[in-house]
Design a protein around this ligand. Structure first.
Ligand code: ADP
Ligand code: MG
Length: 136
């Protein structure tokens, strides 16, 4: 079934100049961008986006990091887009991510791990609406 998911190319990957490589991977996997923008998140923007993690010990570091540089935010559409993107991304910790995944290729640390991807239909709907209210 065709689905939509929200992806973010995080500040570490933008700084490494691998935006093009990452978008190529999405397109090659049949995940087609239907919305895309480059933005610099404020700390408050990052906190709102990651509010499900507000009780986690790494919340302050994570949201500071996400506001530390520009990010590219995309809505990707395709068959099983949510699960497919999670496979393409690899494990949260780049050291544990399978060879060939985006995080294995480009992630610097468990925090600066190159990309975000929605993990379920409900979170995808929230995250898409957070950045692209016109797609809600
Ligand atoms: P994922 O992005 O793989 O869905 P989570 O939803 O668990 O992972 O965490 C959200 C983000 O928080 C991660 O992508 C990563 O940037 C950061 N993060 C997760 N776990 C840690 C940790 N133990 N220490 C620092 N940052 C973390
Ligand atoms: Mg997550």
């Amino acid at each position: 079934m065709s689905e939509r998911t929200l992806a973010i190319i995080k500040p570490d990957a933008v700084a490494k100049h691998v935006i093009g490589d990452i978008i190529q991977r999405y397109e090659s996997a049949g995940l087609h961008p239907i919305a895309l923008k480059m933005v610099r998140l404020s700390k408050k923007d990052a906190e709102g986006f990651y509010s499900v993690h507000s009780e986690r010990p790494f919340f302050n570091d994570l949201t500071t990091y996400m506001a530390s540089g520009s990010v590219v935010v995309l809505v990707l559409e395709g068959k099983n887009a949510i699960a497919k993107n999670r496979d393409l991304m690899g494990a949260t910790d780049p050291k544990k991510a399978k060879a060939g995944t985006i995080r294995a290729a480009h992630g610097a640390s468990i925090e600066a791990n190159a990309v975000h991807g929605s993990d379920a239909i409900e979170t995808a709907n929230f995250e898409i609406g957070y950045f692209f209210p016109e797609f809600k």
